[in-house]
Design a binder for this molecule. Structure first.
Ligand code: ZN
Length: 162
């Protein structure tokens, strides 16, 4: 299985992520919490999946807003995608970043690719996928269910052409 290349993560982020990837599903809220990022399920426009917003007053606290109208698995991917932007790109974001439903935000395509790649690493770490497979789980839908991601996301992760 090919690995997507993502930049080397700073240790604080790598540790915060790994700490909550011990069992399926990955504890996404706990990762955000350890990183000091708030997650708020919000009433966002239909065309928007998520946002990463810098606090206007303290200028250092970041909040992820995720669209309450989207499916829970989709929300999890969006939160992971915004966590990735926070870890990799917050220095170039300014005050806020708005990701549409195609995860286009005005950042470069390369940065969106990095955010998607890291989101996949966060939600679907290989060690949990191989552990589930070793336990006998081969069905993509069941693997997706165990990790609380969409079957489409799991297919992409596994390199299955759809
Ligand atoms: Zn994005």
């Amino acid at each position: 299985m090919a690995r997507l290349s993502i930049p080397q993560l700073p240790p604080y982020a790598a540790e915060a992520i790994a700490r909550h990837q011990v069992e399926a599903p990955v504890k996404l809220g706990a990762i955000a919490n350890d990183l000091g990022v708030k997650v708020v399920i919000s009433d966002l426009p239909l065309a928007v999946s998520g946002m990463l917003v810098l606090d206007k007053d303290d200028r250092q606290t970041w909040t992820i807003k995720v669209n309450r109208h989207e499916h829970r698995n989709r929300q999890r991917f969006t939160i992971a995608h915004e966590i990735a932007h926070y870890v990799l790109h917050r220095d170039v974001i300014g005050n806020e970043l708005v990701d549409d439903t195609f995860y286009r935000s005005g950042l470069s395509e390369r940065r969106e690719f990095e955010a998607n790649a890291l989101a996949a690493e966060i939600l679907m770490p290989w060690h949990l996928i191989t552990q589930l497979m070793r336990d006998g789980e081969r069905d993509v839908n069941k693997l997706a269910e165990a990790l609380q991601v969409s079957p489409a996301a799991m297919n992409i992760r596994l390199g299955v052409l759809t």
